[in-house]
Write a protein that binds this ligand. Structure first.
Ligand SMILES: NC(=O)c1ccc[n+]([C@@H]2O[C@H](COP(=O)([O-])OP(=O)(O)OC[C@H]3O[C@@H](n4cnc5c(N)ncnc54)[C@H](O)[C@@H]3O)[C@@H](O)[C@H]2O)c1
Length: 342
């Protein structure tokens, strides 16, 4: 698999930096769509596609591959994703694609909307031989991000209280992560109540629609419900106002808020007092996961029925229906659509 990274099923190694992959089976285009509207996006021309599950093979079998640091790894510019994969470059600052002698940016460093692509070894994860490709592709971005945001970035603890803002695939996965970490109270917050049923199935102990409490700020409602605030809040919307609400809904002395959503709607408004009393505000990229190492762990969890994925797939569509898939996402009717290319 290649995901803002990826998952390769059988041959997942590559030259120090490179592996090829062919004939993709299924994918979702949400991040591609989101990237059109955020400030850190690659210059055109860009070859899109942010994840893929498929066979991958090494371009130079003599060198090691299939492991490495993902975005947070130790090798050079991997420490600067805003200069590499967010800008359409591989970790070594190059792209392997050109058109009429012009360099073409590789979206998220992978460019998977194609029959073949070349990616860095750190973007490839070798996964369980029998994993169903049309399900585990979800681990190429959204589900790993939400789950990792709870388990790795926030490091949610047993018996803690959590609030998850936004119940798309990322937030729902964060709910699942909070439950896996043993949180005793998981409050799911969304302005679309159609999301609540699935949130409860995945572990939410309570669901709240902020619109039902207007004009009261949602952070006040959450503080009242939790006698002072939640231990962990995860913002999975992509709205700086909601990030402030999430931060302010955490408990004064040790609350942790993780910003997961992308946004181009300006800076977060943070009152310094909120931090001085002991809160932490963190961000996360791909849930703090090193794709090559952690995606196979999540695939194995799915195979052992310790992680849910099927529930996230609400629609199956053909490539000709790709605009419908984007519309379904925009209107909140879908969580994720699988688009079959063949
Ligand atoms: N940090 C990362 O590495 C990373 C990776 C993938 C996605 N993301 C970002 O995570 C965010 C969520 O992704 P998604 O695919 O789940 O999106 P989505 O659009 O499917 O879901 C967002 C949810 O937020 C809800 N919402 C909107 N306004 C709200 C408000 N004021 N209060 C509460 N809920 C509100 C919507 O109803 C929707 O259910 C996006 O911004 C996406 O770009 C970040």
């Amino acid at each position: 698999m290649q995901s803002s990274g990826g998952v390769g099923r059988r041959h997942s190694s590559g030259r120090r930096g490179c592996a090829g992959g062919s004939a993709q089976s299924s994918r979702s285009a949400h991040q591609d769509a989101v990237q059109w509207s955020v400030p850190h996006r690659p210059d055109l021309p860009v070859w899109y596609g942010e994840r893929r599950v498929d066979a991958a093979f090494p371009l130079d079998p003599g060198t090691r591959g299939g492991r490495g640091g993902g975005e947070c790894g130790p090798r050079g510019d991997q420490r600067q994703p805003r200069k590499t994969n967010m800008m359409g470059m591989m970790a070594d600052g190059t792209s392997r694609v050109s058109w009429n002698d012009q360099q073409v940016r590789q979206f998220m460093g992978v460019s998977t909307l194609s029959q073949y692509t070349v990616v860095a070894d750190i973007s490839v994860a070798k996964i369980h031989q029998d994993a169903p490709l049309d399900k585990v592709y979800l681990l190429g971005c959204g589900v790993s991000t939400g789950y990792g945001a709870a388990c790795k970035t926030a490091q949610v603890e047993k018996d803690s209280t959590c609030a998850v803002f936004g119940l798309g695939a990322v937030g729902l996965a964060a709910v699942m992560g909070c439950r896996a970490a043993g949180a005793s109270k998981i409050i799911a917050v969304d302005i679309n109540p159609k999301k609540f049923k699935l949130a409860q199935e995945l572990g939410a102990t309570e669901c709240i629609n902020p619109l039902d409490h207007k004009p009261r700020p949602i952070q006040e409602v959450l503080k009242e419900k939790t006698q002072g605030g939640v231990d962990y809040a995860l913002e999975c919307v992509g709205n700086p106002t909601v990030t402030s609400e999430a931060l302010e809904s955490t408990v004064d002395a040790w609350g942790v808020c993780v910003a997961v959503g992308w946004s181009d709607a300006g800076p977060i408004n943070v009152d310094v007092d909120e931090l001085l009393v002991g809160r932490t505000l963190k961000g996360t990229y791909f849930g703090g996961c090193k794709g090559a190492d952690y995606v196979p762990v999540l695939v194995d969890k799915y195979m052992k029925k310790e992680l849910k994925l099927d529930e996230f797939i609400t629609h199956r569509l053909s490539l000709g229906e790709v605009n419908k898939a984007l519309e379904l996402l925009k209107t909140g009717e879908s969580i994720r659509s699988v688009i079959s290319l063949w």
